[in-house]
Design a protein around this ligand. Structure first.
Ligand code: YNC
Ligand code: MG
Length: 440
């Protein structure tokens, strides 16, 4: 039925909207059904809009509640968002675990380059000023097939459990839409576990045990019928030291090289963010001095130029220290804990974040096999590092080139999918993972 989503400029299941005829398509005829199959229509907006038509004021909330633009430079207000999410944000299907985004994570995720205060939207109880709902956006440039879209990335939609099923979510979504539109941003990307009209891509979560006993104790990992605890522990054992020569922490001096490498790497996919140097610095470099607040870990592989080009060192004519190395690979992961609700304990999860490898670009018919080998070596090191940092589990989605290493690295498919959505942009479904891609 989708009473709310049927009114929004998104593509529908099994039918197409009248769209992409500037001037013709208005809110008035939006929603009419056409015969032409959606898959044959060109990529483009579902609805064309003008700045002058965007309301200058937000819609009224029901009596007793008020809008508040959050100031996330104020630690107290970050903590209010943290408290709301800690108690009311996303849970798994069995209500055993709930995401516990840290205040440091919220600060990192919502204050990326170009962030706008007006896209951090709260709803408070008028009398007590208690924060009871939230939705946020950050600006992103997104490559969707052959187009670069100026988008907002919508996240952290959350409503207090006592205010559920009262149609407040559509009010929040319309308000963040209005605030994006006021900045002349007409498209958005968002992900959700629930099915809405209409996913542009769908991923599965994969989990790799680092501390199997902990995951068993909290009810995350079952003991397979034909196994024993000892066998499970040894199945997930990892070496203490990493294996890739030249692997080290990423530093400020690596930003340029990583940005170039990642851009080239992500260009191979139909859906990817366009990241500039400021983005790379923000998303990948750790700026927190307090180790407890650290959110992201990034590593590069640096091979000295002499090694890389396999040049013979003739004499000391070139001092090694003056030769910049070449960054051939990098990977990163971030920390996002979950509360195990029945045991009241935290599960420390590392999530695979951006990565790239020059191996993807070698000119050889064996490029895929080479990439598989290289990514397995890199991801094994990522697991070793995450284990050394005290993480209990390492999570990844079935996107990018992950299908090349997930099984080999002993990841198991989780239950539940993550659906990707674009607001006001039509494009055919994008298959996940290099093996399923059909675009070449
Ligand atoms: C959801 N996750 O279908 P229909 S993900 C979008 N995303 O509408 P009510 C959702 N829509 O079916 P409740 C949604 N979940 O009638 C539900 N809906 O068309 C739709 N959970 O509203 C639903 N956070 O207020 C229905 O439902 C309508 O009280 C019902 O509130 C929902 O951040 C929710 O999972 C999710 O806090 C807020 O259950 C609440 O149940 C909750 O009666 C736990 O709403 C936390 C949780 C969601 C995480 C996320 C991405 C959100 C994307 C929102 C869409 C953005 C569109 C682009 C806007 C910018 C445009 C530009 C430019
Ligand atoms: Mg509601």
């Amino acid at each position: 039925s989708y009473k709310f989503w049927a009114t929004q400029p998104v593509t529908r299941f099994g039918m197409s909207l009248l769209g992409n005829f500037p001037g013709l398509v208005t809110a008035a005829n939006h929603g009419r059904i056409e015969d032409e199959p959606e898959s044959e229509r060109p990529d483009g907006p579902v609805r064309e809009q003008k700045l002058e038509d965007v309301p200058k004021q937000g819609a009224d909330l029901v009596d007793g509640f008020e809008w508040d633009t959050m100031d996330l430079d104020d630690e107290k207000q970050i903590n209010e968002v943290y408290d709301l999410l800690t108690n009311h944000y996303v849970e798994d299907n069995d209500a055993m675990f709930r995401f516990n985004y840290s205040a440091a994570f919220i600060n990192w995720a919502l204050k990326s380059p170009g962030w706008l205060k007006s896209w951090h939207v709260g709803v408070r109880v008028s009398a007590s000023k208690k924060l009871v709902a939230f939705i946020s956006g950050i600006p992103v440039t997104l490559k969707v097939r052959n187009n670069d879209l100026k988008c907002s990335e919508i996240n952290f939609l959350c409503i207090h459990k006592k205010l559920r099923a009262k149609r407040l979510a559509p009010v929040l979504i319309k308000e963040i839409t209005r605030r994006c539109n006021l900045e002349e941003v007409w498209n958005a990307i968002y992900t959700a576990g629930v099915v809405l009209p209409k996913p542009i891509s769908t991923c599965r979560y994969y989990h790799r045990s680092l501390d199997w006993l902990k995951l068993y104790d909290v009810g995350f990992s079952p003991l397979p019928v034909k196994s024993t605890k000892a066998r499970q522990v040894s199945r997930y054992a990892l070496p203490v030291n990493t294996g890739t020569p030249g692997l080290r922490h990423m530093e400020g001096k690596d930003v340029d090289a990583v940005q170039v490498l990642l851009r080239k790497y992500l260009d191979r996919f139909d859906l990817a963010p366009r990241l500039n140097k400021a983005d790379i610095e923000h998303w990948l470099l750790n700026k927190d001095n307090n180790p407890e607040d650290r959110v992201v870990w990034s590593y590069v592989v640096e091979v000295s130029t002499l090694d890389y080009f396999n040049l013979p060192v003739i004499n000391n004519f070139v001092s090694i220290t003056k030769v910049d190395g070449k960054i051939t690979d990098f990977f990163s992961f971030y920390k996002l804990e979950s509360t195990a609700l029945k045991k009241n304990t935290l599960v420390r999860a590392a999530y695979l974040f951006y990565y790239a490898s020059e191996t993807a670009f070698i000119e050889s018919p064996d490029v895929k096999r080479a990439l598989k080998t290289r990514l397995n070596a890199l991801m094994n090191d990522a697991l070793i590092l995450a284990k050394g940092l005290g993480f209990h589990v390492f999570n990844a989605l079935s996107l990018l080139d992950n299908s090349l290493f997930l099984v080999d690295q002993k990841f198991g498919a989780g239950d539940g999918s993550l659906h990707y959505y674009l607001f006001n942009w039509r494009t055919p479904f994008i298959k996940g993972g290099i093996d399923e891609r059909n675009d070449v």
